[in-house]
Design a protein around this ligand. Structure first.
Ligand code: CTP
Length: 396
C-alpha cells in the first residue's frame, strides 16, 4: 500500500544514512517528501534529496506559500520519520517551536511521529536532552534509542543512528499499523543460544539462531519500547532501538539479564539457555593421547534464569518464557509455566528442522491467568506481536 511519508532530516553527519532509508521507502512504493533543516543541507545537498525522492525539497515555510506547505505536509502524512534527529531538533520539537518547515510539519502532523536521534553520547545523556525525549515520548512520539558504537571522530559510545535497513523495518511496521503501546516501557529480551566452554576452543552449544528473539526486539522497538537485547552467539544485524549486549555462556547471560531486569516492565527469555555446562573447564586445549579412550565430560547444572526472574520479579513486571517440546507439548508446557513462575509461556513443538533458523514458527501461548492462545504457523514477527499483545494486556 502506498503511504505518504515525510522524511525529516536534521543537521547531523548521519544524514547520509537517511539517503539509504529514503531509497528503501521509495522502492517499497511510498510517496516520500524530504524536509531537511537548513543546516542538514550542509551534510547532504538538496539535489540528492530531490533526485532520490522525485519531489521538490524545501526547508522553510516561504517556498510555494500558495499551497500552504507548512500545514498541508503534516496534515496529509501517514508517517513523519525524523532521521537523524539532533539534540537541537529534539529540543525544538519538545518545546513546540515552529521556526522552519520541519518543525511546522511536526506540529500539524496527527499521524505517528518517529524520531531517530543521533549525536555524541554526552549530548544524548545530558539532562536537557533526557527531558526533551521524555516530553516527546509522553506525547506519544516514538523516540528510537540510538545504537552504540563508533561515533564521528575517535569517540565510541551510545549515539549512533541505527542502520538504515533497521530504521526501514521500524517505518514499515508503523505504517502497517503497529500500536505505540510499549512507549515509555523497558523490555529485556534474551536471544540466541548459550555456549558452555569445554576448553579454550570447544564448547557445548545448540541450534538457536536468535531469529525469534530478534523479531521480539524489532516489534517491541516499533511499538515504542526501550529494548535491551541480550544476545548469545547471534549473527544478525542489531535491530534499531535495541541496546544489544552480547554474551557467551548461561552464567554471563544470567548476570546481564538479572541486572537489566531491575527496571524492566517485561522480560522475555527467548534464548535457548544450556541447562548444563562442563563441570571442569580445561584451561588448555584437550589433546588426544594416541591409543587412549577419550575422557568423559562431566556436567554440572546451570542456574535457571527464568525461574530466578519469576522469584525476584518486581511488582507488575511481566515475565515470559519459551519452551521447546517434542512430546506432550501442552502438558509439559503447563507444568513448566507453573514451575518457573512466569506469566506467559510460549510453547513450540520442535523436531528435525522445525523452527530453528526458519522465518516461521508455530506455537501455543500458555498464560498463568487465562486460556491458552494458539498461533498457527506464521512469521516469527507475527508471533512476536502476539506476545506483546498479551504482555501489554497484563501491564498496568
Ligand atoms: N531457561 C533459563 N535458564 C536455564 C534454562 C532455561 O532461563 N538455565 C529459560 C529459557 O530461556 C526458556 C525456558 O527457560 O525461556 C525454557 O525452559 P527449559 O526448562 O530449559 O526448557 P527445556 O530445556 O525445554 O527443559 P526440559 O529439558 O526440562 O524440557
Amino acid at each position: 500500500m502506498t503511504s505518504r511519508v515525510v522524511l525529516g532530516v536534521s543537521a547531523g553527519i548521519a544524514a547520509y544514512k537517511a539517503c539509504e532509508l529514503l531509497r528503501r521507502l521509495k522502492e517499497s512504493g511510498h510517496d516520500v517528501t524530504v524536509v531537511p533543516t537548513r543546516d542538514a543541507l550542509r551534510f547532504v545537498g538538496e539535489p540528492t534529496w530531490a533526485a532520490l525522492s522525485g519531489r521538490p525539497v524545501a526547508t522553510d515555510v516561504w517556498d510555494g506559500v500558495s499551497e500552504v506547505p507548512h500545514v498541508r505536509l503534516g496534515q496529509e502524512a501517514d508517517l513523519v520519520f525524523v532521521a537523524p534527529a539532533t539534540a537541537d531538533l529534539l529540543a525544538r520539537a519538545a518545546h513546540g517551536l515552529a521556526d522552519d518547515l520541519l518543525t511546522n510539519t511536526l506540529l500539524t502532523a496527527r499521524c505517528p511521529v518517529v524520531f531517530a536521534p543521533a549525536m555524541h553520547t554526552e549530548m544524548w545523556e545530558h539532562a536537557a536532552t533526557r527531558a526533551n525525549v521524555a516530553t516527546l515520548r509522553a506525547r506519544g512520539a516514538i523516540v528510537i534509542e540510538p545504537a552504540s558504537g563508533r561515533l564521528t571522530g575517535k569517540d565510541t559510545g551510545k549515539g549512533r543512528l541505527p542502520e538504515p535497513a533497521e530504521l526501514f523495518e521500524v517505518a514499515t511496521r508503523i505504517l502497517a499499523g503497529a500500536p505505540s503501546d510499549l512507549s515509555g516501557r523497558h523490555v529485556v529480551i534474551s536471544a540466541g543460544g548459550t555456549r558452555e566452554a569445554i576448553d579454550p576452543v570447544r564448547f557445548i552449544g545448540n541450534r538457536s539462531s536468535g531469529l525469534q528473539g530478534y523479531a521480539l526486539a524489532r516489534t517491541a522497538a516499533a511499538r515504542g519500547a526501550r529494548v535491551t537485547l541480550v544476545a548469545a552467539n547471534v549473527a544478525l544485524p542489531d535491530p534499531a532501538g535495541a541496546d544489544v549486549v552480547p554474551v557467551g555462556s548461561a552464567e554471563e547471560m544470567r548476570k546481564v539479564v538479572l541486572e537489566a531486569a531491575g527496571d524492566a516492565d517485561s522480560v522475555v527469555m527467548a534464548a535457548a539457555v544450556a541447562d548444563f555446562r562442563p563441570a571442569d573447564y580445561q584451561g588448555s586445549k584437550i589433546k588426544k593421547s594416541p591409543g587412549a579412550e577419550p575422557e568423559p565430560i562431566r556436567l554440572t547444572k546451570n542456574p535457571d534464569i527464568l525461574a530466578e526472574l519469576g522469584q525476584r520479579r518486581a511488582p507488575g513486571q511481566v515475565i515470559v518464557g519459551f519452551a521447546a517440546e517434542t512430546d506432550d507439548v501442552l502438558a509439559n508446557g503447563r507444568e513448566k509455566l507453573a514451575r518457573k513462575g512466569c506469566d506467559l509461556l510460549v510453547v513450540n513443538q520442535v523436531g528435525d528442522g522445525i523452527t530453528f533458523g526458519q522465518a516461521d514458527n508455530a506455537a501455543t501461548v500458555l498464560a498463568a491467568d487465562g486460556d491458552p492462545v494458539t498461533f498457527p504457523r506464521g512469521p516469527k514477527e507475527a508471533l512476536a506481536d502476539l506476545v506483546w499483545d498479551l504482555v501489554t494486556a497484563r501491564l498496568e
